[in-house]
Design a protein around this ligand. Structure first.
Ligand code: IMP
Length: 176
């Protein structure tokens, strides 16, 4: 059994569809303001490694919008809490290029740190569509017409940054 340290039920359900032998554990840890998701994830592992009994992983992700010079990027959680999807759509008004990507970094600790990454390219929708969590209603992955918010978890996993990182993590675990 491996613990997924997160307070985000959606992320846990997405992970459980790919990695079956996991359990959600909510232990708050500092999400430092750093230049990269990798640094945030590694800081989290170092903070948690003496507090969790057993193998565990955490995940840090962000939305990077081309026309906004990669904003919100590492500030994604704060920006979602403050201006939300409506705020992002407002910032995008009048901008033609709507390219964006999501990135996920999974950090796994089994005595040492292992990182698994996933990137999903796509674009920002003209308006919110569907449910999901976070920026799901405004992100359309390449290869689909639907936003993440209009997909079920299986379909989202096929395209998503998290699905890609989770499958790489799963391959690593299976090769152990
Ligand atoms: P964190 O990794 O939980 O810090 O996420 C950063 C921000 O990006 C939060 O506001 C999340 O809601 C958002 N986010 C992360 N992954 C996704 C996703 O798969 N869909 C939509 N929003 C996401």
């Amino acid at each position: 059994m491996i613990y997924f340290i997160t307070g985000n039920k959606h992320k846990y359900i997405e992970a459980k569809k790919i990695l079956h032998e996991i359990e959600m554990k909510h232990i708050p840890y500092p999400e430092i303001q750093a230049d990269s998701l990798e640094e945030v994830a590694e800081f989290g592992i170092n903070y948690l490694k003496n507090k969790v009994n057993g193998k565990f992983f955490l995940e840090d992700s962000g939305l990077f919008i081309n026309a906004l010079n990669d904003f919100p990027g590492v500030y994604s959680a704060y920006v979602f809490k403050t201006i939300g999807n409506d705020g992002i759509l407002k910032l995008m008004e009048g901008i033609d290029g709507r390219k964006a990507y999501f990135k996920a970094v999974i950090a796994y600790y089994d005595g040492e740190i292992h990182l698994f990454k996933g990137i999903c390219h796509g674009r920002i929708a003209m308006q919110k569509r569907g449910k999901g969590f976070g920026y799901d209603p405004i992100f359309i992955p390449n290869g689909s017409k639907k936003t993440f918010g209009e997909m079920n978890k299986e379909e989202k996993n096929k395209y998503s940054h998290r699905g890609i990182a989770l499958r790489e993590f799963d391959r690593f675990l299976n090769s152990q």
